[in-house]
Design a protein around this ligand. Structure first.
Ligand SMILES: [Zn+2]
Length: 275
């Protein structure tokens, strides 16, 4: 508040007469005094008003020491308060930033849109070509894949007319337990007259762009849950474990083959593809 630029409520200017005295303008002050006396006489009718103003002025003057009021003031004051000198100088505001903010354009991360590979097509009897969406999940076809009775490859024929080269893997999860699709795909065969394979379902999958077929055999009559041309998802039930066709007991015979139809070891493949 002592700043010269913020001199609000500065000390009031003393009256002109006292200023004149302070600067020692002797003769002039002496000359003006009689004039003022004469004027105050001519204003005598207004004296009572001035007196009242003076009385109230004294009241304020005692509580506001800086206020100076003289009884000889000729003109009645409109206000007894000291004139306020508005000498506020507003300095323009400035915001200081410690560090200059650095504006960097955000880098646009490039990305490449790869053209979708041509869809694989399954040929479904009565439906024609059915596209197969790429499967990204592979699951076991039975609940207890660790229970197996016969692996893939050469073997001693277990029955008269049974192949000496096993084209699939035999799982033994128990009679009536669910048989599930190993991945998303399209059912290309669903029959109860699969010959040696008995009640049989074939599902075609798009595995990394390669056509892979899984075949589930020996299921129970009346257990099929799907029809040809139907899209299935990984783990979706196809039927129930049975012993239809050329079978010596309830088990699920799984065959797997590629576009060339050549069978491969389904258990090894599944073990490799299941996370
Ligand atoms: Zn088998």
């Amino acid at each position: 508040m002592n700043s010269p630029t913020h001199g609000r409520r500065a000390a009031p200017k003393p009256p002109a007469s006292s200023r004149a005295r302070a600067f020692g303008a002797g003769p002039r002050a002496a000359r003006t005094s009689p004039d003022r006396t004469a004027r105050s006489r001519s204003l005598r009718p207004a004296f009572s008003v001035i007196a009242m103003t003076f009385a109230s002025g004294m009241l304020v003057a005692t509580s506001v020491p800086a206020l100076a009021i003289t009884a000889t003031d000729a003109e009645p004051r409109a206000s007894v308060y000291a004139p306020v000198e508005d000498s506020i100088t507003l300095a323009p505001q400035a915001i200081e930033v410690a560090h200059e903010a650095e504006l960097k354009p955000m880098a646009v991360e490039g990305y490449a849109v790869e053209a979708a590979p041509p869809p694989l097509l399954s040929q479904v009897a009565g439906l024609g070509s059915v596209s197969i969406i790429k499967a990204d999940l592979v699951v076991w076809p039975v609940l207890t894949p660790q229970k197996r009775s016969d692996g893939f490859g050469p073997r001693n024929a277990p029955c008269a007319g049974c192949s000496t080269s096993h084209d699939g893997v035999d799982f033994n999860p128990g009679n009536g337990s669910p048989v599930m699709s190993i991945a998303d795909g399209v059912v290309v065969l669903a029959t109860e007259n699969g010959g040696g394979l008995g009640v049989n379902v074939e599902v075609q999958h798009n595995i990394d762009g390669e056509l892979v077929t899984s075949s589930y055999a020996h299921m129970q009559f009346g257990s099929l849950q799907v029809v040809e041309g139907q899209r299935v998802s990984a783990g979706q039930q196809l039927g129930a474990v049975g012993t239809t066709g050329q079978s010596t007991g309830p088990h699920m015979h799984l065959e797997m083959f590629g576009a060339d139809g050549v069978r491969f070891d389904g258990f090894a493949w599944l073990d490799d593809h299941i996370a």
